[in-house]
Ligand binder design. Structure first.
Ligand SMILES: Cc1cc2nc3c(=O)[nH]c(=O)nc-3n(C[C@H](O)[C@H](O)[C@H](O)COP(=O)(O)OP(=O)(O)OC[C@H]3O[C@@H](n4cnc5c(N)ncnc54)[C@H](O)[C@@H]3O)c2cc1C
Length: 482
C-alpha cells in the first residue's frame, strides 16, 4: 500500500484520448513509475524498501506553450490533478503526483528564445536544463546567468523558479527570484498570463513574484525573462581558518555589511570542513573553513577581495587549493543513492535567518538533532549570504534499524523544523516545501497560509494543480504525508 494518504483520481479513457489529440502521452507502467518520483530522500527509502508510491495515470509531454494550455484546459474540465514535473531533482517530493492524475513533463519545452545583449536579458523556455543553458549562453552570447545549483545537470529553469532556487555563486548573482524580470504562465483553465518585462514597475503587486516559489500550485511556468551578465573576465580566490564557526559567521557578516558580495562565501563548521577537506586536528573536529571566490570585472573583484582580507584579518590563511578541491567535486551528486542503498537515512535542511539569530539557530538545530541515538552526523555550512543574514545548510543522517527508517526520518525532521521555527528562521531557503515540510507551512506562514489558499482557490477553483502540496487542503483528501 502506498505510504501516501489521500484519494487517487479517476482518469477516464475519454480524457486520455483528448490529451493524445494535443501532445505525446505515455502510459507504460515503467515510464509512469519513473516519472512519478523525484530526489526526496524518503521516497528513495521507500523505493529501497520496495514500497509502492502512487504513480500518475498518464504523462503528458507538450513541446509548446499552446500544448501546455490545451492539457491544462482538458484536466480543468475533467477535474483531474495535473502535476508539473521537470528535472524531478526536487528534494521534498514536490513533483510527486500524490493523487495520481496527469503528470505534465515540461522537459520538451526547452531552448533559448532570445538574448538581448544590450539589456542583458535572456528569454528562455521553462523546461531548459541548467548545463546546456549555461554552455550556450557562454559559447554563443558571451554572457552568464550565474546560476549554479549543485543540481545544474538535473534541474530546469522552470523548476528553479517554482522552488526559489539558489546557486553556488548566489552572493554575487542573487537567487533565481533576483534574476527574473518576467514570466509566461499557463493558468489551471488554460488561460495564459505574461508578467513583468521591464527592469522595475509600479503597476500593482508584482505578479511575477506571485508565481515564483509556487511549486506548481498556482500556474505552469512556460517561459521566463532572466537577467544575465557579461561572462566574467577575472577571478580571485582565498581561504581562511577560524577557531570557531561563530567567528567565521561574524567575519562573513562584516564582509556583506561593507557591501562586498563575493560570488562564493562558504563557511564550513569544523565537522564538515574535516569531512570535505580532512582539515581536522588529530581526528578531532578542527577549525571552521571559509572558502571565498569572486568573478566578474577585475576592478570590482579586486576590491571585494581586499574587503574580505581586511575582515578576515583575525583568521589564519588556509591553502587556496581547498577551493580547487571544492570546485572539482561541487556537483558530484552520487553519494545520496549510495548511502540509502547502505541502509542510511540522510538528508539536508537549508534555512535562512538574520545575522543576529544565526548563532542560536545553528546551535539550536544541531542540539535538536543530536538527541537521537541512531544519529551519526549533524553538521552545517553557510552557503549564501546577504547584508541582513544568511542561509545555513545542515546535513544529518544516521543508521536506524531498517524497518524504522521512515519513523527516524520523520522524527529527526520534526525536531529540526521545530527548532527552525522556534528560532524565527525561514522554513526553507531554496529547496521549498513540497510534501516534506508541508506540515510546518502553518507554523511558518500563520494566516499567510489562508492568503495562499484563497489565491489558489481564485486561480485554480477545482484545485487541480499539484494538489496535496505546500500545506494546502486537497480536493482528493489531505494531507498526503505523513
Ligand atoms: C543532488 C542535488 C543537489 C541540489 N542542489 C541544489 C542547489 O544547489 N540549489 C537549489 O536551489 N536546489 C538544489 N537542489 C534541489 C532541486 O534541484 C531544485 O529544487 C530545482 O529547482 C528543481 O528543479 P527541477 O526542474 O528538477 O524541478 P522538479 O523537481 O521537477 O519540480 C520541483 C517543483 O517545481 C514545480 N515545477 C517544476 N517546473 C515547473 C514549471 N515550469 N512551472 C510550475 N511549476 C514547476 C513542480 O511541480 C514541483 O513542485 C538539489 C537537488 C539535488 C538532487
Amino acid at each position: 500500500m502506498s505510504p501516501l494518504r489521500g484519494g487517487v483520481a479517476e482518469v477516464s479513457d475519454a480524457l486520455l484520448e483528448r490529451l493524445r489529440a494535443e501532445c505525446a502521452v505515455h502510459t507504460a507502467p515503467d515510464a509512469l513509475a519513473t516519472a512519478s518520483r523525484d530526489w526526496w530522500p524518503l521516497a528513495m527509502v521507500w523505493d529501497d524498501d520496495g514500497t509502492a508510491i502512487t504513480p500518475a495515470a498518464a504523462v503528458a509531454a507538450p513541446t509548446s506553450p499552446e500544448q501546455v494550455a490545451a492539457v491544462a484546459r482538458c484536466c480543468h474540465e475533467a477535474r483531474v490533478p495535473l502535476t508539473v514535473a521537470a528535472g524531478r531533482s526536487g528534494v521534498c517530493g514536490a513533483s510527486m503526483p500524490v493523487h495520481g492524475g496527469v503528470l505534465l513533463d515540461l522537459t520538451g519545452l526547452d531552448g533559448i528564445v532570445a538574448v538581448d545583449d544590450e539589456s542583458l536579458v535572456l528569454d528562455v523556455r521553462a523546461g531548459t536544463f541548467g548545463t546546456p543553458l549555461e554552455e550556450a549562453l557562454r559559447a554563443e552570447h558571451g554572457v552568464t546567468l550565474g546560476h549554479w545549483p549543485q543540481s545544474i545537470d538535473l534541474s530546469t529553469v522552470g523548476g528553479w523558479l517554482a522552488c526559489r532556487s539558489a546557486g553556488q555563486l548566489s552572493t554575487r548573482y542573487g537567487k533565481i527570484e533576483d534574476m527574473v524580470l518576467g514570466l509566461d504562465v499557463v493558468l489551471a483553465d488554460g488561460r495564459t498570463v505574461h508578467t513583468g518585462g521591464a527592469p522595475r514597475a509600479a503597476v500593482g503587486p508584482d505578479l511575477t513574484q506571485l508565481f515564483v516559489g509556487s511549486e506548481g500550485i498556482l500556474g505552469i511556468i512556460t517561459g521566463a525573462r532572466l537577467r544575465v551578465h557579461p561572462a566574467p573576465s577575472a577571478e580571485v580566490r582565498a581561504a581562511f581558518r577560524f577557531a570557531t564557526f561563530a567567528a567565521g559567521l561574524d567575519a562573513c557578516r562584516r564582509v556583506l555589511r561593507r557591501g562586498a558580495t563575493p560570488a562564493v562565501l562558504r563557511l564550513y563548521d569544523g565537522i564538515e570542513a574535516d569531512r570535505h577537506f580532512g582539515t581536522g586536528a588529530d581526528g578531532g573536529e578542527g577549525d571552521a573553513i571559509l572558502l571565498v571566490l569572486d568573478e566578474g570585472d577585475a576592478a570590482l573583484v579586486d576590491a571585494v577581495l581586499r574587503v574580505v582580507h581586511e575582515e578576515c584579518a583575525g583568521a589564519t590563511a588556509a591553502d587556496p587549493a581547498l577551493l580547487d578541491a571544492w570546485l572539482e567535486k561541487r556537483n558530484d551528486v552520487s553519494a545520496l543513492h549510495h548511502y540509502i542503498e547502505q541502509g542510511a537515512v540522510v538528508d539536508t535542511l537549508e534555512l535562512a535567518a538574520t545575522w543576529s539569530a544565526l548563532p542560536a539557530v545553528y546551535d539550536g538545530v544541531l542540539a535538536a538533532l543530536r538527541v537521537f541515538d541512531d544519529l551519526l552526523v549533524a553538521s552545517a555550512h553557510l552557503s549564501h549570504a546577504y547584508t541582513d543574514g544568511a542561509c545555513l545548510y545542515f546535513t544529518f543522517g544516521g543508521f536506524p534499524p531498517k524497518d524504522q527508517r521512515e519513523d527516524f526520518y520523520r522524527r529527526t525532521w520534526d525536531a529540526a523544523l521545530e527548532a527552525t521555527v522556534t528560532h524565527g528562521a525561514a522554513l526553507s531557503h531554496h529547496h521549498g516545501i513540497g510534501l516534506n515540510r508541508a506540515r510546518y507551512a502553518r507554523a511558518a506562514l500563520g494566516t499567510g497560509l489562508d492568503v495562499l489558499a484563497a489565491t489558489k482557490a481564485a486561480l485554480d477553483p477545482h484545485g487541480i494543480l499539484n494538489p496535496g502540496k505546500l500545506g494546502l487542503r486537497s480536493p482528493w483528501g489531505d494531507p498526503a504525508w505523513p
